[in-house]
Each structure stands twice: as C-alpha cells, then as structure tokens.
Write a protein that binds this ligand. Structure first.
Ligand SMILES: [Zn+2]
Length: 193
C-alpha cells in the first residue's frame, strides 16, 4: 500500500479533463473515478440515502447530497447542495432528478479531490467573498460611497494621483476650486491674464 497515496494523486495533471462553467472549473467524474480505480482497484464510492431510500436530503427549503469515496481504508465524505448553473441552491419544489444526479457526480468528484486527485482546481473555490475595505475621505472623514461605474477604491486611486490625498468626490471638487486656475485649463496656458 502506498504510504503517500495523496501526494501521488495530487500530482496527477487533470487539466485536460476539466470544463469551465460560470467561472468554476469542473473535473469529469467518469475520468476522475477511472484514474482512482487504475491506481487503487479496491476503491469504493458510496451515495448516501435517507432512511426512506431517497438519494438526496432536504430540509424542506433546499436539498443536498452526500457521497463518500473510500481509498486505503479512508473514507472522505462530501456534502453538496443541489445547485443551478449559477451555483445557487435550487428550491426544494423545483429540484429535478437531473439536478440531483449532477450534484451527486460533482460531490463524488470532490470526494476524490479530498484524496488528492484534482484538488488544486478547487483551491480558490472556498475563498469567501471579502467585501473591500471601506475608504474614507481625508478631508471630511466621510466614507467614500462609490457608484457602479466608479467604485470607492477607484475614486481613492484617482484622488491620490490628482490631489496626492484620498478625497471624496465633493472634497475633490472643493480642492479643484482652490487651485490657482480653479481646476480649469490644466493642460493649456492661460493667455487671458
Ligand atoms: Zn470629503
């Protein structure tokens, strides 16, 4: 039995067998399982069922599946919500057997990844969505509110370039007025004087 079977599976290049959907990379379940079985013929997988024999679980609002892959006597279990193409949970009443089937395959592939195979493609997936730090105006001390086309960090970046300080749009306007030329004609000469 290979002591470091994880390192061996982790080193397998899976890139040729992935598919990108909505920014996430998926590994083919059939291929992943074949790779596992080639190296570990005794590997088994389990699709867990409810006591009633249903292959998915539900709390009445959303659904999830539970699968496990056992290798070298170690079982890694993966629970996965039944999700749509945008990776949002599908409401219980809208879940189809096709959705459940897809979730089971993804769940099994992820259980294989816990043993090392293709784990690196999931590396970024569990990172939480971190909201950007709030940005404050150095003049009025108010938090700089962005617009969809001009987020706070871009406003701050522009301000530091233009005024050497972080200013909100209102204070930027005020600062411009205080400049010798009132912020006008910055790129030309003022012949009027
Ligand atoms: Zn301000």
């Amino acid at each position: 039995m290979n002591e470091n079977y994880f390192a061996e599976l982790y080193a397998v290049n899976v890139n040729e067998h992935t598919e990108k959907k909505n920014g996430l990379t998926y590994l083919s379940w059939a291929w992943a399982w074949a790779e596992i079985k080639k190296r570990h013929p005794d590997a088994i997988y389990t699709i867990y069922e409810t006591p009633e024999g249903c292959n998915y679980f539900t709390d009445g609002r959303t659904c999830w599946v539970k699968t496990g892959v056992t290798l070298n006597g170690i079982e890694h279990i993966e629970m996965l919500p039944v999700m749509d193409l945008r990776n949002k949970s599908i409401a219980f009443e809208n879940v189809t057997s096709m959705d459940v089937n897809k979730a089971i395959q993804r769940s099994l592939t992820k259980a294989c990844a816990r043993h090392g195979l293709g784990l690196y493609i999931y590396a970024g997936e569990d990172l939480p969505d971190v909201p950007p730090d709030p940005v404050f105006c150095e003049e009025c001390k108010k938090q700089i509110e962005g617009r969809p086309d001009w987020p706070p960090e871009k406003i701050a970046e522009y301000s530091r370039r233009r005024f050497k300080r972080t200013l909100c749009p209102d204070c930027q306007k005020a600062a411009m007025k205080k400049e010798p030329d009132g912020g006008e004609l910055r790129f030309g000469t003022n012949d009027a004087d």
